[in-house]
Design a protein around this ligand. Structure first.
Ligand code: XMP
Length: 540
């Protein structure tokens, strides 16, 4: 991909593009694929697609030495895309010996150009960028294109492309503008794809990656998410030793999985803090007490800060400022609570990969900040704690699988994600107690009706938002001038893109009727039919 953002490396237990693999865990018996990170926005997505094939896969820095690669002993190497041009000054290069290791290599986009260049081909600097769908025509029989029809749609996103293919390669697929859309080395196991098999727009991308990792690399496909838990738990134990870890609970899936993972890793060295900011969904605070106080019996500290947050937000309508206020207050309250817990040294957070990339938290690149996610950055420095983010490399659905394997209750694991700033970003305009009551009740109805219609699991995220506008209605014989609730429901696999859910009309009708009948102050319900992009999932 041509975008500039790159996964941040941090002092998390398993940061993206970590230098080494297998932190404290013997992986010798596990098949694995390494993805060398050349800075492409979808580099981490490649690792996740490979893990979907039940093959362990991780992102490592682009110039990992061949000695280290030999030690790790991967079954295959994938070179990610990247924003650079291969001839550019300082363009990231792999250790040139990776092509002589006898380990299959698949180069994607920039990675393909590197592979071709290293074997004597020429790369044509792009006069213009090609971005979007193209029809890929496969030429004849080839292990990479096994079970792929002669024509299929692929996603292109590149400037440069391979021009004079060296004698040592065969061109195995073309698109209208790209004569070498896929290549295969004649004597070595080196393959290249100019398009991106990892994005869902490439309709048979999963099959292509499967062909590479299962077919060409010979991975068995027996890896399970449980191994990831053991691996992360071992990494946490090694890192924290006998230290105390504080984990902020939000009521959502991510922080619950982190807490359960930490509980498994270090038991009573874990203290959980739950800040009741008054911006939670109906019944949520009680459920946190139930799960982590009664069921898991962690050392649970609940800070009742409802009034403080409401006072802090009074009069504010700007979305980014609301987030900032909440972020700051959260730190204040959390800090006070955390400092009351003696001997704590580490702070665990449930940051996921999409949070990292959307916050532009790149050490090297000025990636665009789309929203100020308050759970990335800031907090540990404020508190003087070391940060632990065991989910930082993973996507939501992978985290859910970990939750199930850790024994969290189904309804919690499958709960739709909920943003850190809570209902404040769904209460457009000023956040007041009265407006929160309206929103909470409407939201509970939406969720209840989706469960009743058996649609909750089919939808990735659904909620109500309260708009800052009033409109005219009629109730009985009287004119009303009241608020509007918008119902949002999306499907997505990675939350980086999303489609709006085609909600059956009878369900919409029940939701609408119940809200307008029972939630005082609402006379209109609308349904949001926008995808991401160009919209985002949340309204603020
Ligand atoms: P957007 O609205 O950016 O949301 O498409 C993508 C996913 O992220 C969640 N989200 C947040 N989560 N802190 C969080 O922990 C935040 O500030 C935040 N903002 C959005 C959102 O609910 C969706 O699942």
């Amino acid at each position: 991909m041509t975008a500039t953002s790159q996964p941040a490396s941090s002092n998390s237990t398993s940061s993206a593009a970590s230098e080494t693999a297998g932190i404290g865990v013997d992986l010798s018996s596990e098949d694995q694929i390494l993805v060398l990170d050349f800075g492409g926005q979808t580099a981490q997505l490649i690792t996740r697609r490979v893990r979907e094939e039940n093959v362990f896969c991780q992102l490592v820095r682009h110039n990992l030495s061949v000695d280290r690669i030999r030690e790790i002993n991967p079954k295959g190497i994938i070179l990610s895309g990247g924003p650079d041009s291969v001839y550019g000054e300082g363009a990231p290069q792999p250790d040139p010996e990776i092509f002589n290791l006898g380990i299959p290599v698949l180069g994607i986009c920039y990675g393909m150009q590197l592979a071709c260049l290293s074997q004597g081909s020429h790369v044509k600097p792009g006069e213009s960028r090609e971005f979007g769908l193209a029809v890929c025509k496969a030429k004849g029989d080839n292990p990479l294109f096994r079970d792929i029809p002669a024509e299929s749609r692929v996603w292109m996103s590149h400037g440069d492309q391979v021009e004079n293919l060296s004698e040592s390669f065969n061109s195995i697929a073309t698109t209208e503008t790209c004569p070498h859309a896929a290549v295969q080395h004649k004597s070595k196991e080196i393959y290249g794809l100019q398009f991106h098999p990892e994005v869902t727009h490439t309709e048979l991308g999963g099959q292509l990656l499967r062909n590479f990792v299962r077919g060409i690399c010979g991975c068995k496909g027996t890896w399970k998410i449980e191994s990831l838990i053991d691996r992360e738990a071992a990494a946490i134990r090694e890192r924290v030793g006998t230290g105390r870890v504080i984990c902020g609970l939000s009521g959502g899936v991510d922080s619950s999985v982190v807490a359960a993972l930490l509980y498994k890793a270090i038991g009573d060295q874990l203290s959980c803090i739950f800040v009741d900011n008054g911006l939670l969904r109906k019944g949520e605070a009680d459920q946190v007490r139930e799960h982590f106080g009664d069921h898991f019996k962690t050392d649970l500290h609940v800070a009742d800060a409802r009034k403080l947050f409401l006072d802090g937000l009074a009069g504010e309508t700007d979305p980014q400022k609301k987030r900032k206020i909440i972020g700051k207050l959260f730190i204040d309250v959390f800090k006070e609570e955390a400092l009351s817990i003696p001997d704590s040294r580490f702070l665990a957070q449930g940051t996921l990969y999409p949070d990292v990339i959307e916050s532009g938290a790149s050490p090297d690149g000025p990636a665009a900040t789309i929203k100020a996610h308050h759970n990335v950055g800031g907090l540990p420095e404020e508190l003087g704690f070391e940060l632990i983010e065991p989910l930082r490399d993973f996507f939501k659905d992978e985290v859910r699988q970990m939750g199930v394997a850790l024994g969290l209750p189904e309804h919690l694991v499958w709960r739709h994600p909920f943003p850190g700033p809570g209902l404040a970003v769904r209460c457009l305009g000023e956040v007041t107690e009265e407006r929160l009551v309206i929103l909470r009740e409407a939201d509970a109805i939406v969720i209840e009706e989706l469960h009743r219609a058996n649609l909750y699991r089919e939808i990735s995220q659904a909620f109500a938002a309260l708009l800052p506008i009033q409109s005219v209605g009629v109730m009985g014989d009287a004119r009303t001038y009241e608020s509007t609730i918008v119902v949002r429901a999306v499907t997505t696999t990675d939350f980086m893109t999303a489609d709006w859910f085609r909600m059956p009309h009878d369900v919409l009708q029940r939701i609408s009727t119940r809200i307008t009948n029972s939630v005082r102050g609402v006379n209109r319900v609308v349904y949001d039919c926008s995808s991401k992009p160009p919209s985002t999932i949340e309204w603020e």
